[in-house]
Design a protein around this ligand. Structure first.
Ligand SMILES: NC(=O)C1=CN([C@@H]2O[C@H](COP(=O)(O)OP(=O)(O)OC[C@H]3O[C@@H](n4cnc5c(N)ncnc54)[C@H](OP(=O)(O)O)[C@@H]3O)[C@@H](O)[C@H]2O)C=CC1
Ligand SMILES: O=C(O)[C@@H]1CCC=N1
Length: 280
């Protein structure tokens, strides 16, 4: 089903590239069926063409009528302008997928044609290698067949979760923004490794394998994170000392607050757009 779909990405930034890479690596969509556009950065389109074999189009040259799926991948502040610009080029049977953080499905539906099929998605940049944790919400006009196509498409980028709209903010806090917390953690692991005498590259490799091993343990073993943690922790041993330092320095609280902060920002983005709409 998927290999017949023509897909246009509106927005050619980090998330668009991660999705393109996921699609191409999956080999389930021929590159020449993927079109990508932005506002005015032709060098960026050329770069994506060269790297992935997709077709970069200046916005004015992109005929949306010939595509099946339109992916909105611009910043939240730019979505209203984008919706205005595409509305009358679309037919309601075409599927619009938005990856824009904080923007509710109903807002997108309200600013497109009556009956437009819409799906809201929250991927993360691990889509690049087919390892995203991706959530989606189906819009009110979206057919079961279109949901199946979207699931097939999103599966090229990783694991998918169908959620209620109300859970998208917390999902964004955990999974959409989540890779950044892990990278930040690695930055600190690397710093400590260097201070302990390792070179940066070795410290990073050790840190990555440790995170990967722990992640796989949580996936494959039938034990809670707390149980797994206890198995690492010998009484009065090194781990107990490390965990105590984490507690003293608010490590757990910091992780919790990072997720809550991102969740809250996702909500705010939604309110800001609502305000913008009601002011007009
Ligand atoms: N980065 C991430 O990890 C994730 C991002 N997202 C969401 O994805 C969206 C994009 O994020 P990201 O890729 O990081 O952002 P970037 O700033 O990297 O890219 C934004 C892109 O949108 C383009 N753009 C803006 N307005 C228009 C328009 N009217 N028509 C065509 N193109 C337009 C820009 O083009 P130009 O350069 O020409 O201005 C640019 O290519 C955001 O809404 C974000 O919330 C969701 C999950 C994860
Ligand atoms: O930082 C952001 O707003 C986007 C959404 C999730 C990840 N990046």
């Amino acid at each position: 089903m998927l290999n017949k779909q023509r897909i246009a990405l509106i927005g050619a930034g980090s998330m668009a590239e991660a999705m393109i890479s996921g699609m191409i690596r999956s080999k389930r969509i021929p590159p020449n069926q993927i079109l990508v556009t932005n506002r005015n950065n032709s060098d960026r389109l050329a770069e994506l063409e060269k790297t992935y074999g997709v077709r970069g189009n200046q916005r004015g040259d992109l005929n949306l009528k010939v595509v099946d799926i339109i992916i909105l991948a611009m910043k939240p502040k730019d979505i209203m302008e984008a919706l205005r610009s595409i509305k009358n080029e679309l037919h309601p049977h075409q599927l619009v997928i938005s990856v824009v953080a904080g923007i509710a499905t109903s807002i997108i539906e309200d600013h497109l044609l009556e009956g437009q099929q819409v799906i809201r998605v929250m991927p993360n940049t691990s889509s690049m290698i087919g390892e995203s944790a991706t959530a989606f919400v189906s819009g009110k006009n979206t057919s079961a067949a279109s949901v199946m196509v979207a699931e097939e498409l999103l599966a090229c980028m990783g694991t998918i979760y169908r959620l209620d709209e109300g859970k998208m903010d917390i999902f964004t806090g955990i999974a959409g923004s989540g890779p950044a917390y892990v990278y930040y953690l690695m930055e600190h692991i690397e710093r400590a490794g260097k201070e302990g005498g390792l070179d940066a590259k070795t410290a990073r490799q050790i840190g990555v394998q440790t995170i990967l091993g722990a992640a796989k343990m949580m996936m494959q073993e039938n034990e809670t994170p707390a149980e797994l943690r206890e198995k690492v922790t010998s009484p009065n041993g090194t781990t107990a000392a490390g965990l105590e330092a984490l507690k003293v320095h608010g490590g757990g609280k910091a992780i919790f607050q990072a997720i809550k902060g991102a969740e809250q920002r996702s909500k705010e983005l939604s309110w800001q757009i609502q305000e913008m709409i009601s002011e007009k």
